[in-house]
Design a protein around this ligand. Sequence first.
Ligand code: ADP
Ligand code: MG
Length: 296
Amino acid sequence: MKRNIIAMLNMKGGVGKTTLCKEVAYYLSKNEKKVLVVDVDPQGNLTQSIFEKFNYKHHYESETEKNKDYEVCTATISQVFEYKSIVEGVKKENFILELNEYFSIIPGDLNAVFFERSSGSSESENALKNFIEDFEIRDEYDYVLLDCPPTFSFYTTAALLASDFYISPIHPDSYSILGIDLLYQVVDRLKAVYRDRFKSLPLDHLGVVFSNIPREGSIQQGMKDMMLDIKDSEVLKSLDVHFFGEPFRVNSSIPKKIDYFIADSSSDYSYANLRKVVKELDFRIDFFTKKQEQEV
Ligand SMILES: Nc1ncnc2c1ncn2[C@@H]1O[C@H](COP(=O)(O)OP(=O)(O)O)[C@@H](O)[C@H]1O
Ligand SMILES: [Mg+2]
């Protein structure tokens, strides 16, 4: 089976999960790959950014007047979490908003905030996975990227149960080693609890991407040393953690404008950086695909 569902995962906030998710996804779509992003984080930052860029609002934010200067979206992740099975009348458009030929989103919405408490049932934890299978999402898209919240919660479980891979942006600091170690423990525990699911469909770590890293010329020695220490740590070596060779570099426009996207900007530097990160991502997917073919 095609493996192209990737969760952005790190239990820390502010490390660049959402930014890397939207930049990689949009870059791929501009290069005529068919991409679906899923906003699994109830904070909904990914949705806010993409709605701003493509001029959409949620139906519950929309005013009633006729001459609206934006489009209204009714698709939401909440409906995916409530998904049970394909029945007559259930259309993909209830869940997925197509932004253009190559780029689609399952948007986050306010109601999704309440799923954590109300659910906990295996039915809703498996809903995203079942939706992806029933609607043959793996075949329909070249890439599916899931943006996860920083907590380990119902949302992360739902995302990982649906995923083939996860990738972890980190900002290098003295807690990073413990953070990745903990992440592996949590994923291992999840794999043990849901062993049947992971027996038939593996979940592999594409690797760690250092994110929000200054340009080569302006990066301080302290940060360089920190990155080396993290890569060389005994703990992470024993876990066989893969590190992307290319970091995701700082771009000062990113935090200033939520509708800024590198693939539309005039920054050759950021574009080339993003291209290298995406190339490594493809390389890692190929690596696991070949490995699996050899095992079969
Ligand atoms: N490459 C980058 N260059 C500049 N700012 C960045 C970059 N990546 C992330 N940021 C900023 O860092 C903050 C946290 O990023 P975000 O993607 O929201 O992290 P997370 O999703 O992990 O919480 C945001 O303000 C974002 O704009
Ligand atoms: Mg985020």
